[in-house]
Design a protein around this ligand. Structure first.
Ligand code: 5BU
Length: 457
């Protein structure tokens, strides 16, 4: 089967339709592609598998996969034709137990070629690649049957992946038009539709005032170091601030671990903050229903809202937590916990994406995200998905990569910042040093150098 014959077959079986269709996004599209039913036409399925096999036979890879469901049966035929092993990923990520996410035999470091039916934007492809990379499988190339994207190749290219396609939307339209199978008018509609999609999306210029405040303070103080002051007495707390307060842009507290907390604590903290010129971030990780977190934030012993402009927000309870926390009070914003640094944490990619969606809908209440990553590349891809101008704060950072005995995982200052962390959050790396002041200076200098280096590029 030639590519042309394949396209004509697709039209014949209704897998490629021209008309008027409402897409999931709500947009009205003049065409619609759905290759799912191809499995009911073994001749067509085999034909496309052969076309794909011809396309990829000289590429270098160890295993191949198809993204479930549509592309998996196609990939399995390609696998047989090229005698290359097939693997696939469960559609629902297993976030528990020891169950395998990837089915099939592979070795760590194997290069996997990924087949999919369509590409509209690169986003879901990148997610797939990341999921494989988490399992030790390397992804470099995607091969799709139809490229209906505006700039999918560029989008994937920017993330370090190559896109190959059997056929593009333009080629389909051209072929069907030349055969008199679609009207010239329809062709114009398709062109208008695709060029409207290709228009650069209006950049979201909104920057949360609390994000801006932090960025301004970083610039003013020439520091992107956040100290996590996890000590349990006021003496240690303020003693440490005497040593390192001048080096930091923001202080992160866990107020509920101070044994001798009393009414003198907050005024004293505020004096330090104004004298040493740092912002205050209480790392109380709110996670309850809106009504409860509202009280936890504003009432009780600590009355956090009175003195902390920034707090951490878990998105488990849904986006209304933001309303519960921040509605009706000015000058506060949250850092949404999109990824954690602890080993075995249950935040998976779907969860992270939901955090971004919630922030996109409530930009006035989200200053940034807390996140972590296994490598520079991993962090870069994570940050690329931020829905706006939010900052990335990264805990689990030390001068060198490592871990502690209770599941904390550390990456290095340079990896964190060059990957995309705007601020690093450091606790014991500084607190346990023999000379915390000298150590804080080293962290500050290394993080700030990496930050400036990144922004100059
Ligand atoms: P460390 O001493 O540098 O390991 O302290 C890290 C701090 O950051 C500590 O206060 C944690 O509560 C906090 N943290 C973290 O380590 N990892 C995370 O994913 C989140 C917060 Br969220």
């Amino acid at each position: 089967m030639t590519t042309e014959e394949f396209v004509l077959e697709l039209q014949r079986i209704g897998a490629v339709k021209f008309g008027s269709f409402i897409l999931k996004s709500g947009l009205e599209s003049p065409f619609y592609f759905d290759l799912r039913d191809m499995i009911s036409y073994p001749g067509i399925l085999d034909g496309v598998a052969q076309l794909l096999a011809d396309k990829i036979k000289d590429m270098k890879f160890d295993v191949l996969t198809g993204i479930p469901y549509t592309a998996l049966p196609i990939a399995s035929l390609v696998s047989a034709k090229l005698n290359k092993p097939l693997i696939y990923m469960r559609k629902e990520e297993k976030a528990y137990g020891t169950g395998k996410n990837v089915i099939g035999q592979y070795k760590k470091g194997d290069v996997c070629l990924v087949i999919d039916d369509l590409i509209t934007t690169g986003a879901s492809k990148v997610e797939t690649a990341e999921a494989y990379e988490k399992e030790g499988v390397v992804v470099k190339d995607f091969v799709v049957v139809i490229d209906r994207s505006a700039n999918g190749a560029e989008e994937l290219g920017a993330m370090g992946y190559n896109l190959h396609s059997l056929i593009s939307l333009d080629e389909i339209v051209e072929l069907l038009q030349s055969k008199g199978l679609i009207s010239d008018e329809k062709v114009k509609e398709v062109e208008a539709f695709t060029s409207s999609l290709a228009k650069p999306v209006e950049q979201d210029v909104y920057t949360n005032p609390l994000t801006q405040k932090l960025l301004d303070k970083m610039k003013e103080k020439q520091s992107n170091l956040v100290l996590s002051l996890d000590v349990t007495t006021q003496k240690e707390f303020f003693g440490m601030l005497d040593k390192v307060g001048d080096e930091i842009v923001m202080l992160k507290t866990h107020v509920d671990i101070i044994d001798d907390y009393d009414e003198t604590f907050v005024p004293r903290l505020q004096q330090y903050a104004s004298r040493q010129n740092f912002l205050i971030f209480e790392d109380r990780k709110f996670a309850d229903i809106g009504n409860t977190v509202r009280h936890q934030f504003r009432n009780g012993v600590y009355k956090i809202a009175d003195w902390a402009e920034y707090v951490t927000v878990h998105m488990v309870a849904g986006e209304m937590i933001l309303k519960g926390l921040f509605e009706g009070i000015e000058g506060h914003a949250g850092f949404v916990l999109a990824r954690m640094s602890s080993k075995g944490n249950l935040l998976n990619e779907t969860y992270t994406r939901k955090c971004f969606e919630a922030a996109k809908k409530n930009p006035q209440w989200v200053a940034g995200f807390i996140g972590h990553g296994s490598s520079v590349e991993d962090i870069r891809r994570f940050k690329a998905k931020f829905p706006g101008n939010q900052v990335l704060l990264m805990p689990g950072v030390k001068l060198e990569r490592g871990s502690d005995a209770m599941g904390q995982q550390y990456i290095s200052v340079e990896d964190a910042v060059s990957g995309g962390a705007d601020c690093i959050i450091v606790g014991r790396g500084i607190l346990n040093a023999t000379d915390p002041q000298a150590e804080a200076k080293i962290y500050r200098q290394r993080a700030w150098t990496a930050y400036r280096g990144r922004n100059e590029k």
